[in-house]
Design a protein around this ligand. Structure first.
Ligand SMILES: Nc1ncnc2c1ncn2[C@@H]1O[C@H](COP(=O)(O)OP(=O)(O)OP(=O)(O)O)[C@@H](O)[C@H]1O
Length: 326
């Protein structure tokens, strides 16, 4: 087995009496896209900061690309790329100049700089705009440039903290496409946090963290399957007969909703061929709806991610009702 890209054992951080991160155990494989989900104050940034050597653990240990974050922080820093919520680009400089500065800072060998910068700009779709001042870029372009910059020194692990926060849907999609390509073409391990659950599908696995503790880790599919069954809606030649057949042949109780026979099964997609084979009634249409990651988040944390994050009074009231942090 290759060494995991990230390994944490009992990783904990206290701020005074606050347990920001409690006893986190994690293993992220090389080349994996790993998502870290949790409401505000759950401990995501503190965990990332410890893994990136920006904060020291109170107890426990972690390695990144095989290097210990406490005893070998310099090697960890060389092995990682960082993209945080706040832009660290210089808006007065051109895209290419921003990358050149970073390459110098990370001592990318002089002979390789021009080539790497060109490759990074092309990958980010910004080669044509390389001479433009970054201050004039859209939010999405800046974020793609930041990801490109974070990869210039060929890190093994890329940390992205809310890389799509505040971007419009089109720019968000472009950032994810970029991240996905990086993984496919360069095998980079990606550790990311996001508030947009619908975007967490890009992840191979997701960890849900709440009150500083990891609640569950699994693939998006398995997480969805763990909280609810798929919902199926079918229309047929004879819905009453189909309903009786579903009960008799499959042991399923179906109801009529919105003009369709509706029922729940564990794996809708696999059930479709069985349905066609065994129902014995002509089927006109089949619709399979899977539980969403919002359902998963609600089930494991007792809150929806948006309620939990809402800065308004309604969000605060909800959190109080649910016993969460205010
Ligand atoms: N420097 C600090 N001093 C004191 N408490 C802190 C500090 N940093 C974080 N905390 C506390 O630790 C807990 C975890 O915070 P953290 O920023 O890691 O959460 P998060 O999940 O990243 O939230 P967000 O989505 O808002 O970034 C919170 O209760 C926060 O108030």
């Amino acid at each position: 087995m290759p060494e995991p890209a990230i390994r944490a054992r009992g990783l904990s951080k206290k701020f005074g009496a606050t347990d920001a991160v409690r006893d986190v155990d994690l293993e992220v494989e090389q080349g994996e896209i790993f998502g870290f989900l949790g409401p505000n104050g759950a401990g995501k940034t503190t965990t990332i900061n410890m893994l990136c050597t920006l904060a020291e653990p109170t107890s426990g240990s972690a390695t990144v690309a095989g290097n210990d974050v406490v005893t070998d922080p310099d090697r960890v820093r060389l092995a990682i790329g960082l993209v945080f919520q706040d832009s660290a680009l210089d808006g007065y400089l051109s895209a290419a100049r921003n990358l050149r500065l970073h390459a110098e800072l990370y001592a990318v060998p002089r002979a390789q700089r021009a080539e790497r910068i060109e490759a990074a700009l092309r990958m980010a779709g910004l080669w044509e705009r390389r001479r433009d001042i970054v201050g004039r870029f859209s939010g999405g372009m800046k974020r793609r440039l930041e990801v490109a910059r974070a990869l210039l020194h060929s890190p093994k692990v890329l940390f992205l903290d809310e890389p799509t926060a505040g971007l419009d849907p089109q720019s968000r999609a472009a950032v994810w496409e970029h991240v996905d390509r990086l993984r496919r073409e360069q095998g980079v391990t990606v550790f990311l946090t996001t508030h947009y659950l619908e975007e967490a599908h890009i992840c191979d696995r997701i960890a849900i963290i709440d009150h500083g503790e990891i609640v569950i880790v699994d693939t998006p599919d398995k997480l969805r399957a763990s909280v609810a069954e798929d919902r199926m809606q079918i229309t047929t030649d004879d819905d009453e007969l189909a309903r009786a057949q579903l009960r008799e042949r499959f042991g399923i109780e179906a109801g009529m909703h919105d003009g369709a026979l509706t029922f729940a099964v564990a794996d809708g997609e696999q059930f479709v061929p069985r349905l066609f084979e065994g129902l014995g009634v002509g089927i006109h249409s089949v619709r399979v709806t899977r539980p969403t990651l919002d359902d998963v988040f609600l089930s494991y944390t007792g809150r929806t991610i948006r309620d939990a994050d809402a800065p308004d009074a309604r969000g605060a009231a909800l959190r109080m009702m649910m016993g969460g942090p205010r």
